[in-house]
Every structure is written in C-alpha cells, then in structure tokens.
Design a protein around this ligand. Structure first.
Ligand SMILES: NC(=O)C1=CN([C@@H]2O[C@H](COP(=O)(O)OP(=O)(O)OC[C@H]3O[C@@H](n4cnc5c(N)ncnc54)[C@H](OP(=O)(O)O)[C@@H]3O)[C@@H](O)[C@H]2O)C=CC1
Ligand SMILES: N[C@@H](C[C@H]1CC(C(=O)O)=NO1)C(=O)O
Length: 327
C-alpha cells in the first residue's frame, strides 16, 4: 500500500534522528532532505537519499506528504514554521515554551491559508510531558504538578547557546536540584520557583577573537532560556567539545501529587531515560507525522498541538486492532 512520503527540513541532530526513525516505520519512506548549507557538505546516514538546497523546497509540494521541521527553535522555526506550513503538512518540535501561543497563531494562519495541517511542539517537553501534565491536572484537580529534567543535554538550550555571536560550538546540560526533587518525592507539595528546581551548565567553544565575558553575559541573561536559572558558562577547546561532549543523554519525569474526593493521597508519574535525546525526540516526531497525514486526509486544517491529537492516530494499527490489543 502507498507509503507516507516524509521530507526533512534542516539536517542536524534531529534531522539525523528522523532519518533513522523513518527507517523503523514500514508505512513511511524518506523522499528527501532540505538544507540551507551546500547539499554536498551534508552527509546523511543513507547516501541514497537526495539532499536539496532549501530554496528548491517549494518544488516538492506534490512529492512530500509530511515535512518534518528539524530547525532550531530559537531562530530557525519562528521563520521556517509558518513559511513551510503554507506549502506542506508539517510536524515540528518548537520548544520555546513562553512563545508557543504566538508561534501557534503564526503557524495556524499559514496552515489554514495553505489548506494544510501543522502539528507544533511535538517531542517530549513540550510533547509527551505536556500530555502527562494535562492528565495529572484533569484527573487529580486537587494537587500539584512537577516537571524535572536531567541531568542531561537540552538540545533547545544547546541550539540557543550555539546561536550567540562569538560562540563557535557548545552544549548545555540541565541539572535538577536534588533537594527540590526529594521534597517532591516526599509528597511535601512544595512551592518551588524556576531557579529552585534546575541549574544550567553551558560548555562553550569561543570563536576566534570573541570576548569571553561578552559571550558569558549574552548567555546567562538570555530571556526564555537562561535568565531565570543559575547558569554557569565554561570555555573549552574544540577538541574537548568533540571528545567529552558528543553524547546527548537526557530524561526526566512529570509527577502529579494530589488527593481524590474522599481524601486519599494519589501520585501519578511519567518518566523518560534517554541515551539519545535527539533520536527519541525524532521518534516522537515520526509517530506524529503519521497522525498529521491522517488528519490532513480526514479534511482537518490548521495548527494543532499534541493535546489536540487522538492517541490512536499515532499507531500504524487500525482502531479495531488497537481495541483488540491495547484495551
Ligand atoms: N520538544 C522537544 O522535546 C524537543 C525539541 N527540540 C528542538 O529541536 C531543535 C533542533 O535541535 P538539534 O537538531 O539538536 O539542532 P542542531 O543545532 O543540530 O540543528 C539545527 C539546525 O542547524 C543546522 N545545522 C545542523 N548542523 C550544522 C552544522 N554542523 N553547521 C551548520 N549548521 C548546522 C541545520 O539546518 P540546515 O541543514 O538548514 O543547515 C539544522 O536544522 C532544538 O532547537 C529544540 O528546540 C529538541 C529536543 C527535544
Ligand atoms: N526541549 C528540550 C526537552 C526537555 C529538556 C529540557 C531542559 O533540559 O530544559 N526541557 O525540555 C530539549 O530541547 O532537549
């Protein structure tokens, strides 16, 4: 039967993860990768997959069923998300939480104008953790919700660091504050502000001639990413970045700690432990690409978040098979 034809827009950690995730899904095929760099400079896992210059992407409207956007949230997706939703059914991982409402509106306008579906902020946070925060609050209206990440490499924060003028390369690790986690696990339901829950550690390779103090200040004061956290910036060599910071593990958990009507204490928890943050996130993107395709086929139009998508649409199995196997 006809396969869902996938395109990748932007080839970085996520782009590479989507390439390998599509290969795990028999109902999909990867038709091409689009990059702003010279195509010859971008090496795929599978050399048989064509790499196209970004400017040609408009010619592939009939060739791609779902375009998976793998650009960075800080500066790429605010421009690429709406531009591509006009021409394709899209799925993206936009994760600048404070800016999701405005991003949703911009992508929705473009998707509606183009007669497409656009699933935004797909991944684990935002994404699967968002779903579990929703379950917790809807099912246990009396209680408190906590989200903890790491210790691990945040791709959004690492991308944001790499975009700072004077930065040649870099990564960011998110570190949960142990005392905060313990108080939550002890059922204390503490009131914790952003700074009390996580610390952020950046490792940066300076570009030639850049001023380290200027770079440090630009990072630690960055709104939406670092300003609300205790953040450290350590300058390292290219060599050290390549040797000691090329793994991208991450993870975390969402806890809803609440009481039900007769006063019983109830705890809901959802956890992730990821050897590869990008490969996992890409696997979420690919499952939601299946849902986006089906929503488009069903006549839906406009932007949606994971909170709007029925879970059954993610599965390659029919509704009848799901009822038989998973209920
Ligand atoms: N919602 C969630 O749970 C998650 C969301 N994310 C989001 O995914 C976004 C992308 O993450 P990630 O893939 O790690 O970002 P990368 O920095 O690896 O890639 C971002 C873009 O940069 C360009 N690029 C990649 N490699 C190079 C290079 N060597 N030289 C120059 N440009 C390059 C690519 O565009 P081009 O090919 O056009 O040059 C690519 O699309 C993050 O910003 C984050 O917001 C990530 C994880 C989880
Ligand atoms: N979007 C995050 C996924 C999780 C990780 C995270 C953090 O460490 O701050 N927040 O959400 C990412 O880019 O890795």
């Amino acid at each position: 039967s006809k396969k869902i034809r996938i395109g990748i827009a932007g080839y970085g950690n996520l782009g590479r993860g989507v390439e390998s995730a599509v290969a795990q899904n028999g109902d999909m095929e990867l038709v091409g990768v689009f990059t702003r760099r010279p195509p010859a400079s971008v090496t795929l896992l599978d050399p048989a997959v064509p790499v196209h210059p970004w400017d040609d992407i408009g010619n592939f409207r009939a060739a791609v069923d779902v375009m998976i956007l793998c650009g960075g949230s800080r500066t790429d997706l605010p421009e690429q998300g709406p531009a591509l939703a006009r021409n394709f059914t899209t799925v993206d991982s936009f994760d600048t939480h404070a800016r999701i409402p405005e991003y949703f509106a911009a992508v929705d306008e473009a998707a509606q104008a183009g007669g497409n579906v656009a699933l935004i902020s797909v991944g684990w946070d935002p994404g699967l953790f968002s779903l579990n925060r929703l379950f917790g609050e809807a099912i246990l209206p009396e209680g408190a919700t906590y989200t903890f990440w790491g210790k691990g490499l945040s791709q959004g924060h690492s991308d944001a660091v790499r975009r700072v003028p004077g930065v040649k390369g870099g990564v960011q690790y998110t570190v949960p504050v142990p005392e905060a986690v313990q108080r939550v696990r002890d059922g204390e339901q503490p009131v914790l502000n952003t700074r009390e829950k996580h610390k952020r550690e950046c490792f940066v390779v300076l570009a030639e001639g850049a001023d380290p103090e200027q770079v440090r200040q630009a990072i630690i004061s960055m709104p939406d990413y670092f300003a609300d956290y205790d953040t450290t910036v350590t300058f390292i060599s290219d060599e050290t970045l390549r040797q000691e910071h090329n793994a991208m593990p991450h993870g975390g958990f969402v806890i809803r700690s609440g009481t039900t009507g007769a006063g019983s204490k109830q705890i809901m928890e959802y956890a992730l432990a990821l050897d590869s943050n990008p490969e996992f996130t890409s696997s979420v993107l690919v499952a939601y690409a299946r849902a986006a395709y089906r929503l488009k086929q069903a006549g839906e139009r406009g932007a949606r978040s994971v909170l709007d998508v029925a879970p059954g649409l993610l599965s390659p199995k029919s509704a009848a098979e799901l009822r038989k196997e998973l209920l």
